[in-house]
Design a protein around this ligand. Structure first.
Ligand SMILES: C[S@@+](CC[C@H](N)C(=O)[O-])C[C@H]1O[C@@H](n2cnc3c(N)ncnc32)[C@H](O)[C@@H]1O
Length: 355
């Protein structure tokens, strides 16, 4: 699929350059920023206090400017992903619209997107990941450099699957992946465990189409990609052993997040496990400052309210008694104190429905 899209050396070189710059930002500029922060002394209580302290620091200014513009360069401009791939619209659309077995895809032609979703060009992706028919394809390409320290991106999603399966035990029959995007987080469940019935839920039709094409390529029989809101999936109550999401919660407002926790509880069988991977900073003003800055610079405004939310209480309100919030190691050594490079504050929120 998509074999008709020719390689383009200037585009590849440009994107490789942007990725190298992001690595430089991650491995060199971020540790320098931390040193400059430490040298300031003082006892800031919040990220806002740190922002005030660092306002005139040139490294801090450069750090923010560089992050914002690298992301812009990745998607926009002549050799940005969105513009470059728009020249191959026909070829990509043909790949996306190729027939897939009916079992794999359920798009709702009358689906109405929530307003919060259409108001923002998330990740600085022009038009978001939903409005252009090729947006899913462009997003798949862009995701390859979201967290540049992860050398093999697939390992992140494998790790989530392992954690979920370990907790759910040997009798898993059904998994629901909320906010499945182009299907990368769904793939480890359906590809490695053909006996499990898997459903990916997503708002974006272009992402769902790509997810279904990738599943067809993998000759999967046991997955359905369905267009629905994660807080109102339309799936049957009490039928899932695992409900999961990866990097979805921070893309929605708190009222929606609470709705997702309630929907997760509704979907689970008694004893079933809900496991959401997202970003939470706790008790670290410097990390909060960096994270909130990232939220603004990357057009991801809901990262801040998610971080401020009492997710434990929200789970209890949704009906879960047994909840844990644990750091997530996205690659070996990521949580080692000697790790000085920038990384997202990856966190797992795990809950079990009472048996
Ligand atoms: C950062 S992406 C992660 C995609 C995928 N889980 C992965 O790990 O690659 C977040 C996804 O959540 C989707 N999303 C946002 N709000 C949603 C909602 N209310 N219901 C379903 N999906 C939603 C977005 O369209 C996007 O594809």
């Amino acid at each position: 699929m998509f074999d008709d899209i020719p390689r383009n050396r200037p585009f590849d070189a440009y994107q490789a350059f942007v990725l190298d710059c992001k690595l430089y930002w991650t491995r060199q500029i971020f540790p320098e920023l931390r040193k400059r922060y430490a040298a300031q002394g003082g006892a800031p209580q919040t990220g806002a206090d740190v922002a005030e302290m660092m306002a005139d620091d040139t490294t801090a200014q450069f750090f923010g400017w560089y992050e914002r513009h690298l992301q812009r360069m990745k998607y926009s401009g002549q050799r940005g992903l969105a513009v470059h791939y728009s020249h191959y619209r026909e070829e990509i659309a043909a790949g996306l619209n190729a027939e897939v077995p009916e079992r794999l895809l359920d798009i709702d032609p009358a689906f109405e997107q929530p307003e919060y979703y259409t108001n923002i060009d998330i990740h600085q992706h022009p038009g978001g990941v939903w409005s252009d028919e090729i947006a899913g394809y462009v997003y798949e390409r862009g995701a390859q450099s979201t967290a540049p320290m992860i050398k093999k991106h697939a390992s992140l999603w494998d790790r989530v699957k392992m954690q979920a399966m370990e907790r759910a035990g040997p009798d898993v029959r059904r998994v629901v992946d909320l906010g499945c995007g182009f299907g990368a987080s769904t793939l480890p469940f359906y590809a490695e465990s053909p006996e499990i019935d898997v459903v990916g839920i997503e708002l974006s039709a272009p992402c769902l189409r790509l997810a279904a094409q990738r599943a067809a390529e993998a000759q999967a029989q046991n997955v359905l990609f369905k267009q629905a809101d994660a807080m109102d999936t339309g799936l049957e109550e009490g039928t899932s052993d695992i409900v999961t999401s990866t990097m979805m919660l921070h893309e929605m407002p708190p009222s929606h997040i609470k709705g997702v926790f309630k929907e997760s509880h509704r979907l689970l069988k008694p004893g079933g496990v809900s496991i959401h991977l997202d970003f939470l900073v706790r008790d670290d003003p410097f990390k909060e400052y960096v994270h909130y800055g990232h939220s603004a610079r990357n057009n991801e405004p809901f990262m801040v309210p998610l971080n401020k939310m009492d997710v434990l209480q929200a789970h209890k309100d949704a009906g879960f008694d047994d909840v844990e919030i644990v750091p997530f190691e996205e690659f070996d050594g990521a949580l080692d104190p000697s790790m000085t490079s920038w990384r997202f504050p990856w966190t797992l929120i795990i809950a079990r429905k009472s048996a």
